[in-house]
Design a protein around this ligand. Structure first.
Ligand code: SF4
Length: 103
């Protein structure tokens, strides 16, 4: 199941690494959607880090998420403000965990 296109309607659960987190958050099993313009549903992310490889401006960093049922690492949009909206991460993500929204 891909990231919910209406994720912005989910309640804000807090912040992490200077970006917003939305949806249900109950670590280690539920991590929510991280970011706004660059949004990663960490509960869908399989930790393969393709987004890290394809992003030309190093928006993503892998973080350890031990105990998550899908994967023990997740992509985190730590440099969300650097995004140039090329779309490469969104297109290449095998689990469709990323949604890019130009402001
Ligand atoms: S849209 Fe392009 S610049 Fe923005 S996070 Fe994805 S790969 Fe990086």
């Amino acid at each position: 199941m891909p990231i919910d296109p209406d994720f912005m309607k989910k309640p804000k659960a807090g912040t992490h690494n200077d970006h917003d987190v939305r949806g249900e958050v109950d670590p280690p099993e539920k991590l929510g959607v991280h970011g706004t313009q660059v949004a990663v549903d960490q509960d869908i992310c399989n930790g393969d880090a393709i987004c890290v490889s394809v992003c030309p401006v190093s928006v993503f960093e892998m973080i350890d998420t031990p105990g998550h049922p899908v994967s023990g690492q997740k992509s985190d949009p730590i440099n969300e403000s650097e995004c140039i909206f090329c779309g490469a991460c969104e297109v290449n993500c095998p689990t469709q965990a990323i949604k890019i929204t130009e402001p």
